[in-house]
Design a protein around this ligand. Structure first.
Ligand code: SF4
Length: 494
């Protein structure tokens, strides 16, 4: 994934710093509460929402089950329509393909429509190393790029910035990248939007190469779909002579009829709109209309590893609506940067450790970045059971040790951390499989209960500092049952 996230501290450490930033918490609270209320209203308007959600889940599961077949169909359709398909196993290969394609045009500048896949692979940095400058054209991405910042939300990458901060970034940085901000720029939304429009317009008109992602790819016709609110995507997709789209292989749907479901659930779940203001679709190339050359780079980068995991594969259903972020109490307080990935929030906590493996400190910590309250599952328009996957990944981290990718394989290695937890689990397993030992231990614990400490020593001190340890009863349950019922707790005579 993007080099900008390499070496991030584990989630608890990053979140510890983030929650102390009162401006950040204020910005996040205001934004997430506003979006979540609007979403709830937009969803409530649809009487068959539950059916749409179930349909989306089934379509995605069916497609993932037959992914090989649909990808081959897509390749045939795109090629027949005049496009060229490239396959990229990982970030390095995808970046090399895109850089070579841009260099072949002789250009040194590209315009980009917001794309999570290109952020995931660190495309901007890879292009820069080849002497190619990439200009982000989505307003929020522009703010992130000008501010030398990192995105912190799937849909609103600059959600951590307020209007005053954005005005300062525009005033300070725009001249470095092209047309400067107007003199006396204020922080009113209209003025900020106009400054961005003027700054970007000259880039749109000059660019010969556009780079995009896609929300969906329709296998039956080879059509790509981008939904957006600003119109910058439409400019990037239509004005340049060459269009390069980098898309994760899971973004495929078999037919236009399947697409219909997601074009209803995505806008209501993301921007709380009944439909997206701009829905752009394109199929290969058309003489005299739009780009003359179209390249589709199909990106794996850990997706087939994720697909191999029976529990974890449901993360590939994600349509990146960001509804789970907006209802997550952990995201609201910690912010997106603490997740150390382009995919923050609940979906990031299950997607990043699967795409990247759990070998790094940050990735091994992500499955724990949740209270398992289940709010994310409730709002997810494709019914991804995020808490289930989180628990599954915790199991992988604790029992199997970190999983790392070696070439195309996921390899489990002995865990280095969590030694105390693993020792405690082994001791519990030993005791629970020996009823006589367990009974003796419970009696001993009851008899010595007045001597038990109220807080745990050593590394357990922080845990017990904020919790009451459960009181040990004067008599173990088994003894009480036998005394009062005269039978074993399974009902059998003792
Ligand atoms: S996991 Fe579900 S709610 Fe979260 S971004 Fe993906 S589709 Fe939306």
């Amino acid at each position: 994934m993007s080099g900008t996230f390499v070496g991030m501290p584990a989630f608890p450490r990053a979140a510890h710093d983030a929650v102390r930033d009162t401006t950040l918490r204020g910005n996040l609270r205001h934004a997430t509460h506003t979006i979540r209320a609007k979403r709830a209203k937009a969803v409530a308007e649809v009487s068959d929402w539950a059916e749409l959600r179930e349909a989306g889940k089934r379509i995605k599961d069916h497609t993932l089950r037959h992914l090989d077949r649909y990808l081959e169909q897509l390749e045939e359709s795109v090629t027949a329509a005049g496009g060229t398909v490239h396959w990229a196993a990982d970030a390095e290969e995808a970046n090399r393909i895109v850089a070579d394609l841009v260099k072949a045009t002789g250009e040194t500048e590209v315009v980009k429509v917001k794309s999570m896949a290109t952020q995931e692979i660190g495309l901007n940095e890879a292009l820069e190393a080849e002497g190619i400058r990439a200009y982000e054209t989505d307003l929020a991405e522009l703010i992130v790029q000008l501010g030398k910042d990192r995105p912190s939300h799937i849909l609103v990458p600059a959600i951590h910035r307020n209007r005053g901060e954005i005005r300062d970034i525009f005033t300070r940085e725009m001249s470095e990248w092209g047309r400067p901000a107007p003199d006396g720029l204020t922080d009113t939304p209209a003025e900020l939007a106009e400054a961005a429009r003027l700054h970007l317009r000259e880039k749109f008109l000059r660019a010969k190469v556009g780079i995009s992602g896609a929300n969906f790819m329709v296998a039956e016709t080879g059509t790509l779909v981008v939904v957006e609110s600003e119109g910058n995507g439409r400019m990037c997709l239509t004005l340049p002579e060459t269009l390069i789209s980098v898309v994760g292989i899971e973004k495929i749907v078999p037919t236009w009829q399947d697409l219909e479901v997601f074009l209803q659930t995505l806008p209501r779940s993301s921007t709380a709109e009944r439909m997206n203001p701009y829905t752009s679709t394109w199929t290969g190339t058309t003489d005299g209309d739009g780009p003359a050359a179209f390249h589709l780079v199909l990106l794996d980068n850990g997706r087939t590893d994720t697909l191999a995991d029976e529990v974890g594969r449901q993360a590939l259903r994600c349509i990146r609506c960001s509804a789970c972020l907006n209802v997550c109490p952990v995201y609201e307080r910690a912010g997106g940067h603490a997740y150390g990935s382009v995919y923050p929030g609940p979906i990031g906590a299950i997607l990043s450790p699967q795409l990247r493996g759990t070998g790094s400190e940050i990735d091994a910590s992500l499955p724990y970045a949740s209270s398992l309250c289940g709010a994310c599952y409730e709002v997810c328009p494709v019914a991804i059971d995020i808490p289930e996957v989180l628990v599954h990944l915790r199991e992988r981290v604790v029992q199997g040790g970190p999983a790392t990718r070696e070439g195309n394989k996921v390899v489990l290695k002995p865990a280095k951390g969590h030694a105390a937890e693993r020792a405690a689990m082994r001791a519990a397993q030993w005791a629970f499989t020996r009823p006589g030992v367990l009974r003796t231990g419970q009696r001993l614990a009851s008899r010595t209960r007045r001597l038990h400490p109220r807080t745990l020593p050593g590394p357990g001190r922080a845990w017990s500092g904020t919790r009451d340890l459960p009181a040990v009863p004067a008599e173990p349950f088994r003894d009480w049952w036998q005394r009062t019922h005269g039978t074993g707790e399974d009902g059998g005579a003792k």
